[in-house]
Write a protein that binds this ligand. Sequence first.
Ligand SMILES: [Zn+2]
Ligand SMILES: [Zn+2]
Length: 346
Amino acid sequence: MKAAVFDTFQGKITIRNIADPIPKPDGVVVKVKATGLCRSDWHGWMGHDPDIRLPHVPGHELAGTIEALGRDIKNFKIGDRVTVPFVSGCGSCGECKSGNQQVCDHQSQPGFTHHGSFAEYVALDYADTNLVKLPENIDDVTAATLGCRFITAFRAIVAQGKVREGQHVTIHGCGGVGLSAIMIANAFGAQVTAIDISEAALSLAKQLGATSIINASNNTNVVDAVKTITNGGAHVSMDALGSSETCFNSISGLRKRGKHIQVGLMTGDHRHPNVPMDRILADELEIIGSHGMQAHKYPEMLKMIVEGKLHPEKLIERTIGLGEGSRALPNMNNFKNKGILVINSF
Ligand SMILES: [Zn+2]
Ligand SMILES: [Zn+2]
C-alpha cells in the first residue's frame, strides 16, 4: 500500500509503498477514506512521543470502511463504515471495565503505538470495544475530524466541564480543538470568549460561536481582559493550546469554584508548568484533564451532529492529497492554518 513514512524524527516524510497491515485477532484493517492532520501528528514527528518506533506512519483521525476482520471480531463486518477514537482501550483493564477506555492502561493509538492512517490502509486494535459505526448522513471527510480534536473538546466541555446554559466559557488557543470547543460550548448555551494570537483564527472563532474575542498578541493582560468580559471570571476555562502561559492564564481567569480543563498537550519545557496553587485553594478551583472520549460516548455527539446542532464540517479548511499532507505536517506548529486539513486522496 501507499503510505507517508518518516525514517527519522524531524526528517523528510516520503510517500512510498510498504507492506499492507494485517489485522490482529481482536482487530480490523480499515481502508482509509479520509484522515485529518492534527498537531499531535506534529508532536509525533518531532519525537515527543515515546511510543513511536521508526520508520513510522503518522495519522490518527480517520474514517473508512472495514477491509479485513480479525478472527475474534463479533460486532462488525467487512464493508462497515467506521471511525475510532484516537485512544483505543483494551476493554479488559480496570479503567476500561469502569467505562473509561480513554485512559486505558494498555492503549492502542494508530499513528503512535503503531502505523497510522496517512496510508491507504490502517490496522485498528481492540476493534469491538472501540469502533464506531457512522450514520449515513455524516460523510467520510467530516467523520475524519471527530476522532481526536472534536471528541476531546466534546468530552472536555460536556462531561468534564459540565457546561450549562448561560455560563461563561473561555478557550485559550483557537486551533482545531479550541475551535471545536467553542462550537460545542456555544451549542450548550454558554457565552464563549476565544483567545488567540491570530486574527484569522479569532475571526473563525467568531463564526463558530464565540461571543467575545481577545487577541493575546496585542493585549498585555489577558487575565484582566477575561475577567472584564466574563464579569469576574469564567465558570469553565480550557487551555486548548498546551503551554505554560496559556495554562496559567486559563486558571487565573476563572471565577471562584471555576473549572480549568487542560486539553492542549504539555511537552518539553511545558510539561510541569507553574500553577497559581494559592488561588486553587482559596477559590476552590478545579483542575481537570481531558483525554479523548470513549467510543460508547459517541452516540450523544453523533445525534447532535445529525440533528444539525453541531457542525464539525465547518472546522474544515480544505481537503488535500497524501503528498500535500506529508508536506504540511512539519509546518503544523506555525499556526497558519485556519481550520482543519483533511487528506482524502491517496
Ligand atoms: Zn484498558
Ligand atoms: Zn489529534
